[in-house]
Design a protein around this ligand. Structure first.
Ligand SMILES: Cc1cc2nc3c(=O)[nH]c(=O)nc-3n(C[C@H](O)[C@H](O)[C@H](O)COP(=O)(O)OP(=O)(O)OC[C@H]3O[C@@H](n4cnc5c(N)ncnc54)[C@H](O)[C@@H]3O)c2cc1C
Length: 494
């Protein structure tokens, strides 16, 4: 007899677990399988960006994670723009024991009533969207589940046919130094250094070892490293200024390697099956934000799923789908844009490794319609980002209530799928070159249609009267002056 579930999730990394916790919170019955027999399983991706904390707060998971070994307030020594190192404080970032982090989230999922099978392997998928028939095996049994949706959170998979690479190939190789062998200058810092053929990253781990990772072009490392990855890693440490002290130290773990090329799946949501986290997209590790982005995307996907399952009509389902797709494109395009700018800043940016990665742009994948559409959508988002002009904030632009104001002529009103409560809704939003992304809400207040009046000229006093009907007047004044300071609202003559 098969059991029934709303969601069947494959993979218990941050993406799968975050989706499971959120969907369970929204009232869905979730079954999750994880294939790793060893648990906590080894994991990389241990430097967590500050945004992870907000997500953990949102999931009410602080208590569950409080015993996860972690290090905070490690300063970062950076040799990027020049060969002279600068030290940057990263007060809110953390280096965690990722295996323990994932394991604690998994325990929380079980405690909250999510049905977890681990180790388990998926045997077959039959049925159709809305009524999937799944079979999976655990060491002593086979199981059948009937589910409404399947969420693929299996993590990075390289060279999938329906995957589009977003940048030239990149590979990672890393090893660890035992505590007793860590050179003193490395002991209490995270380090990042740009080198001609790649970059080195290193950090102290919560278990006291020091990890050094080299990110480089796999073809170059194969050719020049002559098939000896450890010598290649040591060579780069020796050639660096920050890691030189580690070049001759013994490694306490075998050298490991993996692909690290950014990609996006071109078929992320099809027929009641959708992808999350690294199954949907992988980012260049330079930002150390893969875990945060995977978790955030899962929260957004959960809202899209909820909207679809509650939808009364096709238009709402399409809207939810568009929201998911836009978040995917936005996440990948923004990261790609940011990464290219960061690569451009490197002191060795004239070298081929850096040149190839410094220009934001998506090469169209020939012959594959979905890839072509995806590359066009990414390019469009990149162009949008490139058109952003940071406003020069002008303070002291007080307006008189008698003055006539209106939107700046470059303000466009667009419709945007947004999260309102637990659902996706279409909201009006403002677009302007001084806005990084279309703006629908300001300090949790919907700005449109409230400010639609500013599509034509209107006296400030009447705009305030209108806003005052649904908003605190002080806040309304602040909103108008915020818009004015950014050049989104202008004063016009009578
Ligand atoms: C070199 C490198 C360095 C990185 N460094 C950082 C960093 O410092 N900070 C950061 O935030 N991010 C970093 N990342 C990215 C980060 O590791 C990932 O973005 C993140 O782990 C994605 O989470 P996920 O849940 O999608 O996938 P994963 O964490 O990979 O989890 C996927 C899970 O699915 C399971 N699974 C796979 N297939 C199946 C199957 N068929 N059945 C059942 N279970 C299955 C796996 O066992 C695994 O538990 C780095 C990535 C790379 C490549």
């Amino acid at each position: 007899m098969s059991q029934r579930a709303d969601m069947f999730i494959v993979g218990a990394g941050p993406a799968g677990l975050c989706a499971a916790l959120r969907l369970q919170q929204l009232g869905y019955r979730v079954v999750l399988i994880e294939r790793s027999a060893a648990w906590p399983r080894p994991q990389i991706g241990e430097a967590l960006t500050p945004g992870v904390k907000n997500i953990v707060d949102f999931l009410d998971a602080n208590q569950a994670l409080e015993n996860v070994p972690h290090l905070t307030r490690l300063p970062t020594r950076l040799s990027w723009r020049s060969r002279t190192a600068e030290t940057v404080a990263h007060a809110d970032a953390a280096v965690v024991d990722r295996s323990a982090f994932d394991a604690a989230l998994l325990r929380l999922a079980i405690a909250r009533g999510i049905e977890v099978h681990q180790p388990a392997s998926l045997d077959s998928v039959g049925g159709r969207a809305g009524d999937w028939q799944l079979a999976f095996s655990t060491p002593h049994a086979t199981h059948q589940v009937q589910a409404r949706m399947i969420l693929d959170a299996q993590g990075r998979r390289n060279s999938q046919p329906r995957q589009m690479l977003c940048a030239p190939r990149l590979s990672a190789m890393w090893a660890e130094i035992a505590e007793s062998d860590i050179p003193s200058e490395l002991a209490h810092v995270t380090q990042v250094e740009a080198l001609e053929q790649g970059w080195l990253w290193g950090t102290r781990l919560p278990d006291r070892r020091y990890r050094i990772m080299l990110l480089s072009d796999p073809l170059v490392s194969r050719q020049l490293g002559q098939g000896r990855p450890e010598s290649w890693l040591r060579h780069h440490c020796g050639a660096s200024s920050l890691f030189a002290g580690a070049a001759r130290q013994p490694f306490c773990s075998p050298l490991q390697m993996c692909a690290a090329t950014p990609y996006v799946a071109v078929d992320s949501w099809q027929d009641g099956r959708l992808k999350l986290g690294d199954a949907a997209f992988a980012l260049d590790p330079i930002s150390s934000s893969g875990v945060e982005k995977a978790m955030r995307f899962s929260l957004q996907a959960a809202i899209a799923i909820h909207t679809v399952l509650q939808a009364g009509n096709e238009a709402q389902r399409t809207l939810a789908h568009d929201f998911y797709q836009q978040r995917l494109i936005e996440t990948c395009a923004r990261h790609h844009f940011w990464t290219a700018a960061y690569y451009r800043q490197a002191w060795c940016s004239e070298q081929p490794f850096w040149q190839e990665r410094s220009t934001p742009g998506m090469a169209a994948a020939p012959g594959n319609r979905e890839a072509l559409l995806m590359s066009e959508a990414l390019q469009q988002e990149i162009d949008q980002l490139a058109s952003y002009r940071e406003p020069v904030i002008q303070a002291g632009l007080d307006m008189q209530t008698s003055q006539m104001i209106r939107f700046h002529h470059l303000v466009q009103i667009v419709s945007l799928p947004c999260v309102t409560g637990d659902k996706v809704e279409l909201r009006p939003a403002m677009r302007h070159p001084h806005l990084e992304r279309p703006l629908a809400f300001w300090e949790n207040e919907a700005i449109l249609p409230r400010l639609e009046i500013l599509s034509q000229k209107a006296a400030l006093s009447s705009v305030l009267d209108l806003l005052g009907q649904s908003m605190n007047l002080q806040k309304a004044r602040r909103l108008l002056s915020w818009l004015r300071q950014r050049g989104l609202v202008e004063i016009v003559s009578d």
